[in-house]
Design a protein around this ligand. Structure first.
Ligand SMILES: [Zn+2]
Length: 443
């Protein structure tokens, strides 16, 4: 696939490409540590703000701590009864190991139709696209049906503390009247069957938390061990949890995904053998498999520090990822697997979220894809990770992940996230601008 430049490219498409490149060139790495983070997010937010104000769109810039800027703008819609739609993208990116890259990570170079740079898919692509769409609407006099609230956010890669989470807690009035949101992770094409593509729409996200297991016993000399000592108790619990497979749960998103893919490919997916059956779908199958069940992973062990002393206690941390409405069952299962003598204490960090898999917004997304790819099918799925949509959920906003990208069948967009030589096809960015404009005008 080669990229068009200049000839035949619309102003919307060319601005989208230009802004994605401009944003990649602003190094806005989020190390997660305030002492090593520069002012890249603020510079990126100021860039966005100036491009919006250029075309007469009023903006609100916030910077809760130096260097961590975000910008929000509202475009009013034609239907006063319609709830607002939040359209958000984060301006920060994860760190780079420059040695692993064959293109400069902040160079925004284009080679063989691919645009390279940190943020090419995560997610300066969408930031540049929605900025171009907002300007396109303003220049062309296009009024969307609903109010659109554009939010360009700091700090997503470290939990949104200085970005979406801060705004929801401190400036909720900026999002008044919003019922839904569109952002990452989804929207890119994956092969459905030969010659047909599915566009994945994230309608739900797993929750995240951890559990601390503590086993207690008698401290003593290592020459007199007992099966009831803290370490063997704890080790048994950790081994049982590590070996456990939680059951497949057909959440609305998974059920719909399996129905659409099963129908198109002429297969019936089973619960018992689902992981192996999903392997046939390639990289997308592995993402779906990770989201088909609760998971729990032992990650930290702490016990004694001297070889000839039996410690009085031993501790393990289990990271868990819970399906929507699945947390209580997951925690009960971890308690059962731990056994009666091991203390279990849970620490929730992010609740799961789930939005309807049908509705007017899903219909608008489907229609916009249909304009550009008549054989394309929009398919819900559950994202086994977290985005800023979790913060907006605290305002009662249903979040969706849909950054439209039509890519070649063998181009794994998931594999680009946080990777070296992160890249995106230029033609996919043009597609993204056209489809996003269609969604936002008619949603
Ligand atoms: Zn992201």
């Amino acid at each position: 696939m080669s990229g068009r430049y200049g000839e035949g490219v619309t102003p919307l498409e060319s601005e989208a490409l230009e802004f994605v490149r401009d944003l990649i060139r602003i190094d806005s790495v989020n190390t997660g540590d305030l002492s090593t983070i520069g002012d890249g997010e603020t510079r990126a937010a100021r860039f966005v703000q100036s491009k919006l104000e250029d075309v007469g769109i009023a903006t609100t810039f916030v910077e809760p701590t130096p260097g961590r800027g975000s910008v929000v703008a509202r475009i009013s819609g034609t239907d006063p009864d319609a709830a607002a739609l939040i359209v958000h993208a984060h301006l920060d990116v994860v760190p780079v190991q420059a040695d692993d890259w064959t293109h400069p990570p902040f160079g925004a170079e284009i080679e063989d139709g691919l645009l390279y740079g940190r943020g090419a898919v995560d997610m300066k692509n969408f930031a540049g696209v929605i900025l171009a769409v907002a300007r396109h609407f303003a220049r062309s006099g296009i009024r969307p049906r609903r109010d659109l609230i554009f939010a360009f956010l700091a700090d997503e890669e470290s939990g949104g503390v200085w970005g979406a989470s801060w705004l929801v807690d401190n400036r909720p009035e900026l999002f008044t009247g919003a019922s839904e949101a569109i952002s990452e992770v989804g929207g890119f094409s994956v092969p459905l069957v030969e010659g047909r593509r599915a566009y994945l729409l994230a309608t739900a996200e797993k929750g995240v938390g951890s559990v601390r297991l503590t086993a207690r016993g008698e401290a003593g000399h290592a020459s007199r061990p007992l099966p009831s000592d803290a370490v063997p108790q704890l080790a048994g619990a950790v081994a049982r949890i590590g070996a456990h497979r939680f059951p497949v749960v057909r959440t609305p998103a998974l059920a719909r995904f399996l129905q659409v893919f099963g129908h198109a490919r002429g297969v019936v997916f089973s619960d018992a053998n689902l992981d192996a059956e999903l392997e046939d779908l390639g990289f997308v199958g592995r993402v779906i498999a990770a989201a088909a069940r609760n998971t729990a992973a032992p990650t930290v062990l702490r016990a004694g520090d001297k070889s000839n002393i039996i410690p009085a206690s031993a501790e393990a941390i289990i990271d868990y990822r819970a399906l929507p409405d699945g947390e209580a069952e997951l925690l009960a299962e971890l308690s059962r697997l731990s056994g009666p003598t091991v203390e279990v204490e849970g620490f929730r960090s992010m609740d799961p979220i789930a939005s309807p898999v049908d509705g007017d917004l899903v219909d608008a997304i489907t229609a916009a894809i249909g304009e550009e790819d008549p054989d394309g099918v929009v398919v819900p799925y559950l994202l086994p990770a977290s985005t800023d949509n979790k913060h907006f959920a605290r305002l009662g906003v249903n979040g969706y992940g849909f950054v439209p990208l039509r890519v070649p069948d063998d181009f794994d967009v998931y594999g680009q996230f946080h990777s070296a030589d992160e890249c995106v096809p230029v033609e996919a960015l043009y597609f993204s601008a056209r489809v996003t404009a269609g969604i936002l005008e008619n949603a």
